[in-house]
Design a protein around this ligand. Sequence first.
Ligand code: WTA
Length: 656
Amino acid sequence: MATTHEPAAGTLSALLQEDRRYPPSDAFKAQANWNDPAIYQRAEADPEAFWAEQAKAIDWFKPWDRVLDWNVPEAKWFVGAQVNASYNCVDRHIKSWRRNKAAIIFEGEPGDARVLTYRDLYREVNRCAAALKRLGVKKGDRVAIYLGMVPELAIAMLACARIGAPHTVIFAGFSADSISDRVNDCGASFAITADGGWRRGSKIPLKDTMDRAMESCPTIQKVLVVNRTDDARQVPMKEGRDVWWHRALEESGAEIVEPEALDAEHPLYILYTSGTTGKPKGMLHTTGGYLVGTACSHKYVFDLKEEDVFWCTADVGWVTGHSYIVYGPLANGAACVMYEGSPDYPDKDRFWSIVEKYGVTILYTAPTAIRTFMRWGKEYPAKHDLTSLRVLGTVGEPINPEAWVWYREVIGLDRCPVVDTWWMTETGQILITPLPGITVLKPGSATFPFPGVKADVLDENGKSVPLGSGGYLVLQRPWPAMARTIWGDPERYKTQYWTRFPGNYFAGDGAKRDDEGYFWLLGRVDDVLNVAGHRIGTMEVESALVSHPAVAEAAVIGISHEVKGQALAAFATLRGGFTGDPAMVETLRNHVGEKIGAIAKPDKIFFTSELPKTRSAKIMRRLLRDIAEGKVLGDTTTLADPTVLASIKQQYEESE
Ligand code: WTA
């Protein structure tokens, strides 16, 4: 069972001293999609009616019989309705003037650019869907997608959605082992990848990694391969398995594949995320409710207008890209920027040059990125005209007030509202967030639950804490884009999220409400870390470490990091005959890179002759965290051997 620890207390008091307030300007308020706070009461009075109202923004092939069937923890939204996500994101827009509106404005890292109008997107999605069908993909088959940030990624997802084949997108930074774990867990029978992708001026060999993964993926029948880096001749194609994307789509010609009329609860995708065990969880999202939740939140949280140019800088390999690069924005017929590469290539002003080049009006990024930009200096944004921007958003981790204010002043030129949006892979849609035309903002606070969403902060015993105190964040009512289960493991879904506080969704985040009821998110309270906005389970990294022959035992904890929010520190005990020297640190870091991916490489590795354990042999991570945070050690009386700590502490301090 996962351990939970108290929400961090230090950050808490610092946050509550924050007394700056940013009300919406009169001009912003006047034009906002929602500017009347009565929306909260209206939604609260009848949440199902509220969501049914929002559902009108989606085109349904068949209307629903009931808005919601709720038997904790099983939710069915828009029961009996038929719908198709690809139809909503593409087909319906080509029936209006939007057919020639930009859907995807793609900027490649090397500087190449491509604009796909909704009509272009329609053609490509159809051609891809036709190719998938010819290769044998059927409704219900799982398709694994391992691509960098190129338009083909969105096209492939929409093509899968069109024929009712759930996709599982695997972040392009994941290793071969991570790919095969995911493919095998969901039994995917088809895969889509590219010869490579561009990152910081280099080619990332996606196909090589995919080929290594495929050695242990017996279910995969065909692999479609996008030619992104023109490495066509160097990439070996496996006879009978690998097919070039461009050839397959050429063969499709102008074929149109009618979108399947799918049940509202038909699986749209599976997305793996880290939990408190060594095994990632395949969160299952379904179609109708997900479209309603993402389209509605996208429209009102970002105050989307027809003329906006929306740029979410996340990777589509994570949920933020699924919900706010692909499904939400495209369902809304928005013009979306998609950038392939790194923010510092060729120089540290790349983001700002993209904002200027395309006249981006809404920017959605992560606190880690903002802190990185702060460190690089104001001179980079100052080189560019950022006056097109009108709304700024952040997601993925708590944002410190200093970074929030910098974002508003330096990027938003002190006039754009900043929306700090809290949500998770599991929630599918933004749940705690300001509404920019209504909310008086406080830097560092995600403010209030979205209309129709009910959240609370509970103590250990499940009692709601009074305003001004902290505890565990829970959601007390279902919402349309919520994950329906963990693929293949409904029991884990139930115990993980719905049993700690029966009837409540347990988010795993600490939170506090101030005396005005604003929510302040305080980070994870379980063994999940948030490193540069990426979710990583300590157990995953520990199992990667112990899979190396030199390691007998390992414990991984999160340490605070100025830019990344959190970083990973590992404590390892080596087997006899191995030495804990700098070469071993590198070996183990690389080993974790091979096992999971570069994002999971620990920043620091310490070697200890023993780990602090209870008499029942449980590793006491809490004590390791105390050492790392320089705190006076907590209760050590339950330790089997108290001297172990002194030696670890000394080593840690020497390394600082
Ligand atoms: C954290 C990303 C504070 C939180 C959409 C959550 C945040 C985890 C915020 C989910 C925020 C996300 N303020 N913390 N605005 N947004 N988080 O699944 O700890 O990658 O549990 O989804 O990120 O991460 P995930």
